[in-house]
Design a protein. Structure first.
Length: 234
């Protein structure tokens, strides 16, 4: 059957006539987004700033300082030796005051102004070139019971008054003219930790050489009391 006759037969039967093979379908056009130079510049700036911040942080973390450390117990007033001290390299906060390792020779030979513990950093305020017991002074150890210990911590250099409190029935023959108890001026050199069981604290007090024997006698008789002096010493 010829193509003409076949088309005529299809038309007579009411079937749709194929007009040909469909061609390829073109994809929809997608318009490219317009780039904004300002946004690109801002992005590059943020990336650069972030990189700089990370670099500064890494430099800060990596920066270490050589400092002087304490390697064994040092008592108040003890002269520091090279065997008492060591060195360590740490990331040091600017708020922390520590003796740097290049100043080690400047602290050797000085005295400990406070009690030093192993593993701690050495601060400039913890050493002194002065003797804690000066010329013309004597050191008097005073034992204080728990109820006699001030709530304020006793620290080296703190000024105190040694007060004579006569025993019951005893009269004080050398009372001051104002009628008050006799007192002697002193200065704390060291205060021990409370003794286990008794809680007694021993305080080393520096007083004048003329007052030292009197203070020792008061301690021996149990008639001495320690009172904190005013900050200005009066």
């Amino acid at each position: 059957m010829s193509k003409t006759k076949e088309a005529t037969a299809v038309a007579e039967r009411g079937l749709p006539q194929q007009t040909g093979v469909a061609g390829p379908v073109s994809p929809p056009r997608v318009s490219a987004r317009r780039r904004r130079p300002g946004v690109i510049a801002l992005s590059l700036g943020l990336i650069a700033a972030g990189g700089a911040g990370v670099a500064v942080l890494l430099l800060q973390v990596g920066h270490r300082t050589d400092v002087v450390t304490v390697v064994r117990d040092v008592q108040v007033g003890q002269v520091l030796t090279e065997q008492d001290l060591g060195k360590a390299s740490i990331s040091l906060d600017p708020a922390v005051k520590a003796v740097t390792a290049d100043h080690l020779d400047q602290v050797v030979g000085k005295r400990a102004a406070v009690e030093l513990r192993p593993g701690s950093l050495l601060a400039p305020s913890q050493v002194t070139a002065d003797s804690l017991v000066k010329a013309g002074e004597q050191l008097v150890p005073i034992g204080l019971k728990p109820e006699q210990i001030p709530a304020t911590a006793l620290v080296p250099g703190q000024k105190v008054e040694l007060v004579h409190v006569p025993a019951q029935g005893e009269t004080e023959t050398d009372k001051p003219s104002d009628g008050g108890p006799k007192t002697l001026a002193g200065r704390v050199v060291k205060a021990s930790a409370a003794a286990p069981g008794t809680g007694v604290v021993v305080v080393d007090v520096a007083t004048s050489a003329t007052d030292g024997p009197t203070a020792a006698a008061w301690v021996s008789s149990g008639t001495l009391r320690l009172v904190l002096a005013a900050p200005d010493g009066h």
